[in-house]
Design a protein around this ligand. Structure first.
Ligand SMILES: [Zn+2]
Length: 117
């Protein structure tokens, strides 16, 4: 039997005592337990997300003022400003004449194709 089933059994037992204050206290404890469960679930999600970002960060290489990572055998640049400020993986667009732009913050980057992207 889990904690929720146990607390339901205790509540049913308390309800039989006709002690309203005790019933209210038990209902309050149940609500606090549910809130803690929800908080725990959110914290686990945050940890998972941060672990993913940390793993991704370990793959980044700083070159030509951008961060690069390998995807399907190809080097992909992302915006250093967006990554450093918010850990957002924003791919750079418009590779022309060795320049690229972040579609979010609009920073431009000189990325010389001859340097091997
Ligand atoms: Zn950006």
């Amino acid at each position: 039997m889990g904690w929720y089933e146990d607390s339901k059994s205790v509540l049913e037992f308390i309800q039989k005592s006709d002690n309203i204050d005790l019933v209210k206290k038990m209902l309050d404890i149940q609500k606090q337990s549910m809130d803690l469960l929800e908080e725990n679930r959110k914290l686990k999600e945050n940890v998972k997300e941060l672990e993913g970002k940390l793993k991704f960060k370990g793959k980044l290489i700083h070159r030509n003022n951008a961060y690069w990572f390998e995807e399907a055998g190809r080097q992909v640049p992302i915006c250093t400003g967006c990554w450093d400020a918010n850990s957002h993986q924003i791919r750079l667009k418009d590779f022309e004449n060795g320049f690229a732009e972040c579609p979010i913050c609009k920073n431009t980057f000189e990325i010389a194709p001859s340097k091997g992207y």
